[in-house]
Each structure stands twice: as structure tokens, then as C-alpha cells.
Design a protein around this ligand. Structure first.
Ligand SMILES: [Zn+2]
Length: 401
């Protein structure tokens, strides 16, 4: 299909919503956007019938879905996760690992390198995100304590040299060697993100100056204001708010953070510095019940109930089962944010954080044709990745008949 034309849409551009508008796709890129019709007689036409036409959703922290986890290390898992999240509007994602056996990490990274040139049945990949293992034991959450350790120079130099697909790495910046680690990542053009940390305000300030410019799942596995004796100290959360240039991401499943905290983050950081993430594990898109966090053969047993994954004793959440459409809907319906701001937090902001804002995350001529159509309830009707329709609701209904 060379040309694709979407008509009768409410097109969300970076600046406004165009009603009854037309968008033309040519050779995988956005060719034109117009308030009226665009003359393209040979184009395949999709009638949006008044639905929103938005940039495709970008999930920069996701572990799995559809009963697969990237830590399974198989091509099947990568393709299945890309497909299930595309049904919920995601057009690109950053596959995320966990603290694990080095051999399992290698398997996942090698699989990524292998599938990179292949055609994806859904979302495309923006490079790997390593979550751990350089974390504060005290703030490990659902990360497996057997693998948590301080930064290991030989290990991270080997991994980042061997696997250029690593684009982001989450670590606790107060650990011995963690600042040198950030210097190394920056020299490789990899985003250092701070996470699972005991750092207080001052340590985050120093870390920011050394390159830790992004907060991984704000509020989860980190401290706010703490008291030692009579004195009170500002925590990592306050640092994220006070440092204007710090970007943050939030698990907006409506469970990890209650609506007032979603609102607070939007109020203090704004939609240009806040990304929505699913942090989804394999249970996304699956019914409630027993599941596994991490690789299928040696992950942690968890339970999915009440729309979230939990440790079996209920002591901590163990990742979400959210999808991107649910995050956008929550920001509108639970947190009272304007639709365009909610969309921005799921599109151009995460694109900018991952350094791909020049080609993804906005509907502007010349950008990749990553597009999603949805109604007022953010129910996804069609997902287009680089000009290819990878999901349509109508087709699914036809198949079910
Ligand atoms: Zn995660």
C-alpha cells in the first residue's frame, strides 16, 4: 500500500485538534494533514467517522503482555508482546528487563538484536531498557534480591559495547560507582534513569548533574520526605519536582498511584515532562489468576487481581497489567486532565525522553506514520505502524463472527 488516506478525523496535531480533517500517508511517513480533503485518487481510504486520529502511543517501560515477558528471551515473546500492545494503541515501545541471571539477560539482548531487522506484527522497538540490577536492596520492590548488586564496571562496559540496542538503564544513583556508571552511559548516548533508590534530595541533585535526568516510575521504590531524629529531609520525590528539567514517568494504571497523585505530578511537572508508562508484566491482556514476574522458567510467582500484579503475600505490587489506552483514559477520567495533555504524555513526551522526538510522537508531515484512531472513551479502533495497519477493531469483530 503506497498511499493511505484517513478522512473525517478529529486529528490531534501538536498545536490543536482539527475537525473533519484528512491525513495522508505515503511510504510509511505522514505526507500531509489538511482541514479539508486531500486529492489522492489511488489512496486506500479509512473513514475515521469522527474518531480521534492521534500519534501512536509510545511505552518506554514495558516488560510484557499476552502471557509473554521479554525475559522469556524468545522471538515469539517479542512478537507477541508487540502485537498485544498494538491492539491497545501502542506503536513503539522500549522492551524492559529485570534483575536476573546474567545468562538470561544475554539471551534477551541477543534476541532483540536478532528480531530487529524482522517485520513486527505490531509495535516497533526503540531499543532496550535495562531495569537493574544496580539497585538499593532496601527499595527492591518486586526485583529478585538474589541479583541486586552495585554497579560492575567490567559488566556494564561489556554489555553496552556488545549490545548497541541498550538505550536506557535504570539504577540507584547513590550506590558506589553509580555516578561513573552514568558518565559511561552518557558517553554511549544511553539514558541513565534513577530507580529503586534510597537517595535523598541532595543525592538526586548530584545524580542529575551527572546525567540521571529521568525518574523511573516516580513514587514507586523511592522515598519522599523522611525524618531522622528531629530533622526532616527532602527526598527523591521532592527532587524530581524541584528540578524543572527532570523528566518523570508514572504508572497511570489508577492503582499504583491514586488519582490525587496523578493530578499532583501533572500540576508540578506538566505534560511536557511527564510520560505515562504501563510497566506491564506478562499478565497485561490476560484474565486474573496466577502468573509469573520475569522469565517463564525462573521468575517470581505473582498473582493478578483487582487489575494489578501483586506479590503472593500482597506486600507489594509486582508490575501492572495496564495497556496504553487505559493510561490515557485514566488521566482524563480519574485525574481530570485535558485529552490533548493525556495524549501528549503517551506520545511526544516519551518520544523526546528517548531521543526519537524528531521522527515519532507527533502528527507532523515527514514524521513516521505511527497513528491510532480512538473514540471518546479511548477505545482503540485502528492502529497504524509506519504506514501499515496492524490492528483494526472491525476486522477483529469480523473474525469473531
Ligand atoms: Zn519495570
Amino acid at each position: 500500500m503506497r498511499h493511505l488516506k484517513i478522512i473525517n478525523g478529529r486529528i490531534i496535531t501538536p498545536y490543536r485538534v482539527l475537525h473533519n480533517a484528512t491525513l495522508l500517508v505515503s511510504a510509511g511517513r505522514i505526507a500531509a494533514i489538511s482541514q479539508g480533503d486531500i486529492d489522492a485518487p489511488e489512496a486506500f481510504v479509512i473513514d475515521a467517522a469522527g474518531d480521534y486520529v492521534a500519534p501512536g502511543f509510545i511505552d518506554i517501560h514495558v516488560h510484557g503482555g499476552g502471557d509473554h515477558d521479554f525475559m522469556d528471551g524468545t522471538e515469539e515473546a517479542f512478537h507477541a508482546i508487540a502485537a498485544i500492545h498494538a491492539r491497545h494503541g501502542t506503536t513503539s515501545m522500549t522492551p524492559t528487563t529485570l534483575s536476573c541471571e546474567p545468562v538470561d539477560l544475554l539471551a534477551t539482548l541477543e534476541t532483540y538484536e536478532r528480531i530487529c531487522g524482522q517485520k513486527s506484527p505490531g509495535a516497533t522497538f526503540l531499543g532496550m531498557h535495562l531495569e537493574g540490577p544496580y539497585f538499593a536492596m532496601n527499595q527492591r520492590g518486586a526485583q529478585d534480591p538474589r541479583y541486586i548488586r552495585n554497579p560492575d564496571v567490567a559488566e556494564y562496559r561489556m554489555l553496552t559495547t556488545r549490545f548497541p540496542s541498550i538505550r536506557r538503564w535504570s539504577a540507584a544513583p547513590e550506590l558506589p560507582g553509580a555516578l561513573d556508571f552514568a558518565d559511561w552511559l552518557r558517553s554511549k548516548n544511553i539514558l541513565p534513569a534513577w530507580a529503586h533508590t534510597d537517595a535523598l534530595y541532595n543525592e538526586i541533585l548530584v545524580a542529575f548533574e551527572r546525567g540521571y535526568t529521568h525518574a523511573t516510575h516516580l513514587y514507586s521504590a523511592m522515598q519522599g520526605v523522611t525524618r531522622k531524629g528531629a530533622a526532616r529531609y527532602a527526598g527523591a520525590i521532592e527532587a524530581a519536582f524541584l528540578i524543572d528539567e527532570m523528566t518523570v514517568e508514572i504508572i497511570a494504571d489508577g492503582i499504583h498511584l491514586p488519582p490525587p497523585l496523578l493530578q499532583l505530578v501533572c500540576k508540578l511537572k506538566g505534560p511536557g515532562r511527564t510520560a505515562l508508562i504501563t510497566d506491564a508484566m506478562r499478565g497485561a491482556g490476560m484474565p486474573p489468576g496466577e502468573s509469573i514476574l520475569g522469565g517463564r522458567h525462573n521468575g517470581l510467582a505473582v498473582i493478578i487481581e483487582d487489575g494489578v500484579a501483586k506479590l503472593p503475600d500482597g506486600s507489594a505490587f509486582a508490575g501492572s497489567v495496564a495497556t496504553a489506552d487505559r493510561l490515557v483514559r485514566n488521566m482524563i477520567q480519574l485525574a481530570g486532565q485535558p485529552l490533548c495533555d493525556a495524549v501528549r504524555m503517551m506520545t511526544s513526551t516519551p518520544a523526546a525522553i528517548m531521543g526519537v522526538g524528531d521522527r515519532k510522537g507527533s502528527l507532523i508531515p515527514g514524521m513516521d506514520a505511527d497513528i491510532v484512531l480512538f473514540d471518546d472513551q479511548i477505545s482503540i479502533r485502528c492502529t497504524i505502524v509506519e504506514g501499515n495497519v496492524v490492528y483494526t477493531k472491525e476486522k477483529e469483530h469480523d473474525a469473531q463472527r
